[in-house]
Structure formats: structure tokens, C-alpha cells
Write a protein that binds this ligand. Structure first.
Ligand SMILES: [Fe+2]
Length: 236
């Protein structure tokens, strides 16, 4: 654990030095997993979590650092880089997307997760999908029908409404390449590396299990933050 913390601190330092300043946004950081590898059992197994976080996510992060080092991107926030380029270099698109997507994925899950959202997010889901069950159906469909590797998302559009979409590979709806752009507030990794050890080819069973670990308070706070962002952008 100590060496992991040291590694994280080193990575943080490297990017701070490369960036010179963090004024343009949050510096790139390989954040600690917010719970133990086995915390999401039995829905997501410990071995999958360990490999997913320490190998896959770490590799995206390391390769992202290499891709931005010495370029003008080194001083900018990842959100800004992903959102502002018409054509991202492949290494930034794949590894930057990979880092952003996984960082979010760990946070929108919790050992105390599951159930349904409350408050403003719950009301917006009913407004845009008719019911929580209808929203789940749409999300499940997006996750199940994404061919090959990719992600399913619940996003906030510029007008504050919610929509479901999927993206291929490590793309996400912040990128100009997305079919529809928005602010993702919930994401599900449907790459085989996310579920194959426990579920083999049964992606639908993994998707079903995911609902037991969704961290709705975190998703709700991302929904609130997305609303504030669009308010500050809209003219008076
Ligand atoms: Fe993944």
C-alpha cells in the first residue's frame, strides 16, 4: 500500500512539474481506489478489480503522461483537452479517455451502493425517461448492444436534460467524436477486462449486477455540478 501511495505521489509530482501550474484545471492524478479490491464482492470480484485498477487503469495513466509530456496539453485539465480538440492524437484519445473514464467509474460505485437516486436527479430521470425502470432499460440496452469494447453513459445535456448513450473504445461524451456530447454523470465499462473473469461472455449478468453497486449520492452530486456549469455558461 505504501509503495502504491508513493507511486501516486510521484506521478502527481511528475505532472505538476510538467504542467508548471495547475491553474488551467485539476492536475492529472492517479487517484487511490476509494475502497478495497474486494469491497464490491460479490457483484464485482476482487481479482477483476485488482487487475482492472493496477494494470489497465495504471497503464492508461502512465501512457497519458507520456503522450502529453512536452506538449501544450501538459498544462491543461484533462476535461479541457478531451472537449476542445477536433482531432485528438490517438495516444491522448485512447489513454486520456481511459484515464478519465476509469477515474469516474471507481467513484460512481460503492460497497454501500444500489437502490435508486433521490431528490432532483430522481425527478429529472422521471421527466426524461418516464420512470427509473425505463431509464434502467435504456441504459442496459446501451451497455448490452455496444459492439466490442466501450462504455454506456448517463449524461447531462446542455439544456439540463438527461440522455443515455454508448461510446466505443475509451471515447466518452466529452469528446467531439461522440455521437452526442454531454457531461457524463454515470458510466459503465463494458470492456471484457471489466467482467470476463467472473461473468465470462455473460455481459448482461454483469450489467444487472452493476446496479447493486451504483453510488447514487455521487451521481447526484455530479448531476448538480453539471447543472451549475451549464448555468454559468448561459447568458443572463
Ligand atoms: Fe476498463
Amino acid at each position: 500500500m505504501k509503495s502504491k501511495l508513493k507511486k501516486t505521489a510521484q506521478a502527481f509530482l511528475v505532472i505538476m512539474m510538467a504542467a508548471g501550474t495547475a491553474a488551467a484545471g485539476e492536475p492529472l492524478e492517479f487517484k487511490p481506489l476509494p475502497y478495497a479490491f474486494d469491497a464490491l464482492e460479490p457483484h464485482i470480484d476482487a481479482r477483476t478489480m485488482e487487475i482492472h485498477y493496477t494494470r489497465h487503469h495504471q497503464a492508461y495513466f502512465n501512457n497519458l503522461l507520456k503522450a502529453v509530456e512536452g506538449t501544450e496539453m501538459a498544462g491543461r485539465s484533462l476535461e479541457d483537452i478531451l472537449a476542445s480538440a477536433d482531432a485528438l492524437p490517438a495516444a491522448v484519445r485512447n489513454n486520456g479517455g481511459g484515464h478519465w473514464n476509469h477515474t469516474m467509474f471507481w467513484q460512481v460505485m460503492s460497497p454501500e451502493g444500489g437502490g435508486e437516486p433521490e431528490g432532483a436527479l430522481a425527478e429529472q430521470i422521471i421527466r426524461d425517461f418516464g420512470s427509473f425502470a425505463e431509464f434502467q432499460k435504456k441504459f442496459n440496452e446501451a451497455a448490452a448492444t455496444r459492439f466490442g469494447s466501450g462504455w454506456a453513459w448517463l449524461c447531462v445535456a446542455e439544456d439540463g436534460s438527461l440522455f443515455v448513450i454508448s461510446t466505443p473504445n475509451q471515447d466518452n461524451p466529452l469528446m467531439k467524436a461522440a455521437d452526442r456530447r454531454g457531461t457524463p454523470i454515470l458510466g459503465l465499462d463494458v470492456w471484457e477486462h471489466a467482467y470476463y473473469l467472473k461473468y465470462q461472455n455473460l455481459r448482461a449478468s454483469y450489467i444487472e449486477a452493476f446496479w447493486n453497486v451504483v453510488n447514487w449520492p455521487e451521481v447526484a452530486s455530479r448531476y448538480a455540478a453539471a447543472g451549475q456549469k451549464s448555468e454559468s455558461l448561459s447568458p443572463d
